[in-house]
Each structure stands twice: as C-alpha cells, then as structure tokens.
Design a protein around this ligand. Structure first.
Ligand SMILES: [Zn+2]
Length: 180
C-alpha cells in the first residue's frame, strides 16, 4: 500500500508541469550540436564577454540536463542568421514594458537591449548568468512557467539578485522539447 501511494504521488508530481512554450509552432533544432553565435555590430566593447557568459550560462543550465539530444557550444562572430544556431544581438528593443527587459530571447535569438546595456553591464555575474539562462530558455522555445522557483519564472526578469538553479519544471520543459 505504501509503495502504491508513493508511486501515485510521484506520478502526480511528475505530471503536474507548468512550463509553457513560446508558440505551438516552434522551429526545433535538428542538429545535435547547436552553435551560439554573436552579431556584435551594435554591442559595446564588452560584447565578447556576453558570448562567453552565454556559453557559461548554457553550461550551468540547459547543457547540464542529461537525457537530451542537444548540446549548445560556443560559436563565432557573424552577421548571418541561421536556423540551426542561436544568435546573440544588441539592438533597441521596442517594448511598452517599462520593467527590466535588458535582455530577451525568442525564436533562436537572444537580444541585449542596447538602450539598457548599462543596466545589464551593471549587474552581478550571477544575475547576468541567470538572465541569459532565462533568455536562452525563450530562444529555444520555452515560455514562462508558473513555478516561481523555476528559471523560466517571469519574475526573473525583474532582477534575479542571485544565481538561480533549474527547477524540475525547467527540466521537464527542456525534455519535452529535446528529450531523447
Ligand atoms: Zn521571460
């Protein structure tokens, strides 16, 4: 009886996900190795650090999840957009949102808001890693999660203050998209 109850509880908790997707029609990567590239045309001098930080963030978050069939690695400086890579850009983000929004991710892009570059650069390294990790989640197709402990919680965007860990919900989302 005890085992049955435990199984039931585990089943319930594993099924109760709250991750969302950015759309119903995500372009999934088909290669197992995906490059993280940067177009630093409008970035400040610190742009090289941003690529390095993005790689580091990916290694502590999305690459850490075992049982996925995808791995993100450091790419090159390029102006090309390519469906099979993630591209970091610096640009003016037109948003009505007056909240943080120094960085956002969508559909294989991570965009650093040029007008709030100083805000982003003024953050601690842990905050930057967390924000990039969150934007990266959007770039690969994950939307916001209702789980407030997750990396994909929308509240992260207001300033994470410390390094976040992946929650089971983040892992579920990643496995849903790219599980083996
Ligand atoms: Zn977000």
């Amino acid at each position: 009886m005890r085992i049955t109850l435990l199984t039931l509880l585990l089943t319930l908790s594993f099924n109760a996900h709250s991750f969302t997707l950015t759309s119903n029609n995500i372009h999934k990567f088909s290669n197992s190795t995906v490059l993280i590239n940067i177009n630093d045309k409008n970035c400040l001098q610190e742009s090289k650090d941003i690529l390095k930080l993005a790689v580091e963030a990916t290694n502590i978050y999305w690459n850490k999840i075992s049982l996925t069939k995808i791995n993100f690695v450091k790419g090159v400086r390029t102006r090309d957009t390519h469906n099979e890579s993630i591209l970091i850009t610096c640009e003016t983000l037109h948003t009505d949102d007056i909240t943080f929004a120094s960085i956002e991710g969508e559909n294989h892009f991570i965009k650093i808001n040029s007008e709030k570059m100083h805000v982003f650069l003024g953050l601690s390294k842990d905050e930057k890693l967390t924000l990039i990790g969150h934007a990266f989640g959007h770039a690969i197709g994950l939307g916001h999660s209702q789980d407030s402990n997750s990396l994909m919680s929308p509240f992260i965007e207001n300033g994470p203050r410390k390094l976040r860990r992946l929650s089971y919900d983040d892992i579920d989302g990643m496995l849903y998209l790219y599980g083996k």
